[in-house]
Write a protein that binds this ligand. Sequence first.
Ligand SMILES: O=c1ccn([C@@H]2O[C@H](COP(=O)(O)O)[C@@H](O)[C@H]2O)c(=O)[nH]1
Length: 276
Amino acid sequence: MTFIEKLSGAWEKSNSLLCVGLDPDIHRFPACLRGKSDAIYTFCKSVVDATADLVCAFKPQIAYFHAARAEDQLEAICSYIREQYPAIPLILDAKRGDIGATAQQYAREAFERYNADAVTLSPYMGFDSVQPYLEYRDRGAIILARTSNPGGSDLQFLKVNESGKTIPLYQHVAHLVAEKWNTHGQCAMVVGATFPHEIAEVRAIIGHMPLLIPGIGAQGGNVEATVTAGKTADGRGMMINSSRAILYAGIDENENFPAISRRAAIKTRDEINRYR
Ligand SMILES: O=c1ccn([C@@H]2O[C@H](COP(=O)(O)O)[C@@H](O)[C@H]2O)c(=O)[nH]1
């Protein structure tokens, strides 16, 4: 089964467009986990188990694991998700981008070591930096178009010339991916919820290709505007990510934190569904 097939199945089964992001910051963990050698794994597993029926994807952010020297715990949570929730796409948020030979190693890391269904990629180094990921035909390549951070405008809004028309760079990336790079139908794109107008622009360029949309919750993106701008005709087409607003919703509640995260996930899923 391909990444896109798995994602379509997850949309159908869960009736949800919510992607829960796993950004485990040990400094924000509840007291009951502090000092435990497998705290990162235990924290993520608790949230995964508490929200698995509410999501269309999980998205571990590699930086939080690597910064804590916890690659083993990232491997463990990826294996756990693959084994316990095989129908839920696992997206490794790594934002890789490097020359082809190095990209081959990063692709092995994402798809063989962590066994992710899809990985996030920067388009900045061009097609040969993305191609090694596309060799894994059943896996997904999720390419940054218009990121959720304000500084994304520094480059992504630069004007470029395309077929005699002047358009922002992020739209050029969307054209490249939709018209040239997505030859085997395995690509998706990232657009931030903090920029709903740009979500609509990208949607108009890429047709039915899925969007990964971070930026609701802690970054303050508007859910109604996001869903309205990004949905496809069938009311799907998006993995709308929320990390900190769900992970740390119940942080003062100690052992009870998974239940509070679940409540936050239900609220977010329902708010998203209201506008589909
Ligand atoms: O444009 C982007 C691309 C990726 N991210 C990642 O998504 C989550 C957002 O976390 P929140 O706590 O919900 O703000 C995080 O892992 C980022 O690295 C993004 O925010 N924007």
